[in-house]
Design a protein around this ligand. Structure first.
Ligand SMILES: [Zn+2]
Length: 298
């Protein structure tokens, strides 16, 4: 089985050819400055080139996007100010007309979990939640082996917008106040550090050096992260939390959040397990491939 995976992030696209569960080739290019139709045009050009190199036997194209998606209709319902015009595009019709391929469109955090369940660090997990710590906080959940979706496609996805501070909470980019993401997302870290150049890499370095601002931020962020993870564990009856994304290499922060969860969780069945995704980018493209495969978790 051979498929195309397109992981369309906020600023770049990862395009991969995947055959029988293995990435054959991949490339990365920036999203078009003129909106989603421009990105699709570039995607079409690059896919034509990939198909020239691998001419036959294509089974479909999987597209991952941030935001809320009607997976049955392959339509993006809301993308939170990213990819201008995406809500107006019939992506399945585009794939049929331009590529003559069946298409699946899915939220990136949901499909990342699918990738981890089938090919990555969560193989065999039946009850788990995933937290992807990047510019924002993406989440997803699997319960009794079923990837949660909900009637409007949002179940499990909006963990980054759990209110963890209701009294004078920080403003979030979703319009809410006191959301988890408003304390943990990289955009929020920059604001709290009052430094647009600040990121998790520097935060980790400064923390290790004992720098005062980093120590203060650490206390706020690990507590927020722990509270968010705890909420997901309680809500989805999760036995495992999967950490992923850029901030997941900051081990002391994750360990502090894990201690918070163990201290505060009500889980008479046992102790919550934590794992770190070792190759987050591969999990999205392999998860997209799994959408077309037989005998895998979906
Ligand atoms: Zn929010």
């Amino acid at each position: 089985m051979k498929t195309i995976s397109a992981d369309i992030g906020g600023s770049r696209v990862k395009l991969a050819t995947v055959e029988n569960g293995a990435v054959v080739e991949s490339e990365i290019f920036p999203v078009a400055p003129d909106g989603f139709t421009g990105t699709l045009a570039e995607l079409e050009r690059r896919i034509a080139s990939a198909r020239g190199r691998h001419p036959s036997g294509w089974d479909g194209i999987g597209i991952a996007l941030p935001g809320i998606i009607d997976e049955d209709r392959c339509r993006v319902l809301s993308c939170n100010a990213k990819h201008a015009g995406v809500e107006n595009v019939d992506i399945a019709a585009w794939a049929q007309e331009k590529l003559s391929l069946p298409c699946r469109v899915i939220n990136d955090a949901r499909v990342a979990l699918l990738g981890e369940l089938n090919f990555g660090c969560a193989k065999g997990e039946q009850n788990a939640v995933m937290m992807i710590l990047g510019t924002g906080v993406g989440t997803s959940a699997v319960c009794r082996g079923h990837l949660e979706r909900g009637v409007h496609g949002t179940a499990g996805l909006l963990g980054g917008h759990f209110p963890i501070q209701f009294d004078g909470g920080r403003k979030c980019n979703c319009g809410g106040e006191g959301c988890l993401e408003a304390y943990v997302g990289t955009w929020a870290l920059k604001e709290m550090a009052a430094d647009p150049g600040y990121d998790y890499h520097r935060f980790a370095e400064d923390y290790e050096k004992g720098e005062e601002k980093a120590q203060r931020l650490f206390a706020t962020i690990f507590t927020a992260l722990g509270a968010g993870a705890l909420a997901l564990v309680h809500l989805y009856d999760a036995e495992t939390v999967i950490w992923s994304g850029g901030a997941s290499h900051f081990t002391p922060l994750l360990k502090a959040a894990e201690e918070y969860v163990w201290k505060h969780s009500w889980t008479p069945w046992g102790k919550v397990r934590f794992v770190v995704a070792d190759n987050p980018e591969a999990s999205v493209v392999l998860g997209l491939h799994a959408l077309f495969a037989e005998g895998v978790v979906k």
